[in-house]
Design a protein around this ligand. Structure first.
Ligand SMILES: Cc1cc2nc3c(=O)[nH]c(=O)nc-3n(C[C@H](O)[C@H](O)[C@H](O)COP(=O)(O)OP(=O)(O)OC[C@H]3O[C@@H](n4cnc5c(N)ncnc54)[C@H](O)[C@@H]3O)c2cc1C
Ligand code: SF4
Length: 604
């Protein structure tokens, strides 16, 4: 038992040695168990009632060769949702004098390493969760001071009335906020294991979820065991909370297995891809707290999306382009659109003389209210963006992710302490401000199915006049993968060459994302049918995966006979999930690679 625990701690520690921005006080992972085994074995609070077993138990007789650890609650994903759930659970334990064991697994090498966001942060949920955050050095210290909204043409800028109300909000790095939340969670006794990817849901004989299995490590591409081989671990929970963020791989399996959309007649989820850089700019141009959103160029009026430019502190500016993945033209290349965007005269003048510190990409949900699945399954619940709680007109999902995590924690606590049912989580959600907020915003995104100008008109009426009270709910159009047209309906788009000053090629950007995967491991990007790329995607859609992937993971290269074949450079993957969403035939399945791989964001 002790060996297993020390192996986990040891692996966490070595994975987290890639840490760049947060220096842990003891020189090891910020989330290893600083109190030694005493904290891991329990905080000394009184035991839970009869139906709880109390401290977790360990066993190695699972038949799979894997050891297993039992917790009261297992949380997958140390993002804002997962960490809020963990913190709230432990707060309730303190308030009610109970001891529940809570663990969080995180596939990033450290907490925050895979977190990419804007981020203009609405502190509503943080105020509720940790009301004293201002005195506890939370990295939330740049209030929004100005809020602009522009429509861009190729050379010009038109100021529009700003629909955002960011007064009271903050410009932050979400990756840094989650690191801070990780420390808070650990202080309360949560066990966090960065560098561990949950690759499998565990079920009992009645099909109830009973936890997750982490991936085996040290397996080579051909499936053989390397010298470094280590079995994965079974993390068994009385309850399992899935907090994997947008398009969570286990969450999607659960949604489909238990038909969680059908259960509440939810529509399909829709998505966008956000591509982002953090720049350090000239002091004279830097305005901490300045927020800008744009619409229009470089995107055409049929493609929904826009840019954001957020001034953080220390001369840093967060700049990104978000493009809805229901775009039709298979020649569109989101990465190149972003590079082009930076050459707009108004943006160029801001960035000139600056340097890029970091690059990354991540998808976000855009389905909103209509697309929320029933978030409870036998044995647990789905929280945060895995369930799709992002508010599209606000372009914010952090506060709702956090609140949903807190509500799931309250439901889980009542299940474990009073024997109630996890169904109360759904009731809590519907009575909460998340529901009210998302319901009000429900017609905003689908209004843009009619194009940019009608979309602006309808959403403007909804926002300013009806305030979400229109007596109907607009439906989303086709799912993103079905929205791509065949190539013959479009002409190829010529993108300008990167100038190396404002715009960059993919390898240069990838280097800035600190992406790193063990090269010799089984492919985590799996083709359901390996013939589809050459038989369908290339001839019909001109190989769109070679363009929508912001890391150039997919490349068509000639074989020895000069025939183009798909090559998958899985080690470059940024874990954005766009391929899982946009492939026209839904032929690509994104599965978790070995834990600890992927991007290494520190200021995103
Ligand atoms: C470009 C962009 C701009 C945005 N701008 C804003 C903004 O300005 N304001 C705002 O409020 N919101 C913004 N958002 C949305 C915001 O980032 C999300 O709503 C929020 O991060 C959701 O939190 P989450 O905890 O649900 O998921 P995430 O933040 O995605 O966290 C999920 C975590 O789970 C881990 N994980 C996933 N699967 C597994 C697994 N199987 N095993 C182990 N670990 C796993 C991931 O590595 C990650 O650390 C933006 C998003 C993007 C992409
Ligand atoms: S392979 Fe898929 S998940 Fe990875 S970066 Fe490319 S599109 Fe994103």
């Amino acid at each position: 038992m002790g060996r297993l625990l020390s192996r986990i701690i040891c692996i966490s520690r070595s994975r987290a040695s890639r840490s760049r921005s947060v220096s842990p006080p003891n020189g090891c992972s910020p989330f290893r168990n600083p109190g030694g085994l005493s904290r891991v074995w329990g905080s000394g609070l009184s035991r839970a009632p009869w139906f709880l077993s109390g401290a977790r138990t360990f066993s190695s007789g699972t038949g799979s060769g894997r050891e297993s650890i039992e917790y009261d609650v297992v949380i997958v994903g140390a993002g804002p949702a997962g960490l809020s759930a963990a913190i709230r659970l432990k707060q309730l334990c303190r308030e009610r004098d109970l001891d529940l064991s809570v663990c969080v697994v995180e596939k990033g090498a450290e907490v925050g390493a895979h977190i990419l966001s804007g981020n203009v942060f609405e502190p509503r949920a943080l105020n509720e969760l940790l009301p004293d955050w201002r005195n506890e050095e939370a990295p939330v210290d740049v209030p929004v001071l100005s809020d602009k909204f522009w429509y861009l043409t190729k050379d010009r800028t038109f100021a529009l009335p700003c629909p955002f109300n960011n007064r009271g909000n903050y410009v932050i790095s979400l990756s840094q906020l989650t690191r801070w939340m990780g420390v808070k969670a650990e202080e309360l006794g949560v066990e966090i294991y960065p560098g561990f990817a949950a690759g499998e849901v565990l079920y009992d004989s009645n099909d109830n979820v009973v936890g997750v299995g982490t991936n085996d490590m040290g397996i080579s591409k051909d499936g053989s065991k390397k010298e470094t081989f280590q079995h994965g671990v079974e993390l068994k929970g009385k309850l399992t909370l899935l907090a994997e963020g947008c398009r969570g791989s286990l969450s999607e399996k659960i949604i489909s297995k238990y038909n969680l959309r059908g259960k509440v007649q939810a529509q399909h989820q829709t998505y966008a891809l956000g591509i982002k850089e953090v720049w350090e700019i000239d002091e004279s141009k830097h305005e901490p707290g300045a927020v800008l959103h744009t619409l229009g160029w470089p995107l055409d009026h049929k493609t929904y999306g826009g840019s954001f430019v957020y001034h953080m502190k220390d001369r840093q500016v967060s700049i990104g382009l978000v493009i809805a993945l229901n775009y039709q033209n298979p020649y569109l290349n989101p990465y190149e659109e972003f590079q082009k965007f930076k050459h707009h005269p108004a943006i160029k003048s801001l960035l000139e003389g600056g340097t890029v510190i970091q690059y990354g990409a991540r998808t976000l949900n855009e389905g909103g209210f209509q697309s929320i699945p029933y978030p409870v399954f036998p044995g647990g619940a789905i929280v945060g963006c895995s369930a799709g709680f992002l508010n599209v007109p606000k372009i914010k999902g952090t506060h709702t992710a956090m609140k949903s995590g807190m509500l799931a924690a309250e439901a889980a606590f009542s299940v474990l302490s009073e024997g109630s049912s996890m169904v109360v989580y759904y009731d809590f959600l519907r009575k909460s401000w998340i529901w009210e907020e998302l319901k009000k915003a429900r017609n905003y995104r689908p209004a843009f199915e009619f194009g940019l100008l009608p979309g602006l008109a309808i959403s403007g009426l909804e926002h300013y006049i009806f305030k979400g009270r229109l007596p109907f709910t607009l439906k989303h159009g086709k799912p993103d993968h079905k929205a791509t047209n065949v190539a013959k309906l479009h002409t190829p788009i010529e993108y300008p060459r990167a100038d190396g000053i404002l715009s960059f090629d993919v390898p240069t950007s990838l280097h800035r994302s600190n992406t790193n995967h063990e090269h010799d491991q089984p492919a985590h990007l799996q083709l359901r049918d390996p013939t589809i790329p050459e038989l369908v995607n290339l001839p019909e859609y001109a190989g769109p995966e070679s363009r929508y992937c912001p890391a150039r993971v997919y490349e068509y290269v000639p074989d020895e006979n000069g025939v183009l074949k798909l090559q998958i450079n899985a080690q470059n993957c940024l874990h954005c999930k766009a391929c899982d969403i946009k492939d026209p035939q839904q032929n690509i399945e994104w599965t978790v690679p070995e834990g600890g791989g992927g991007p290494g964001y520190s200021v995103m």
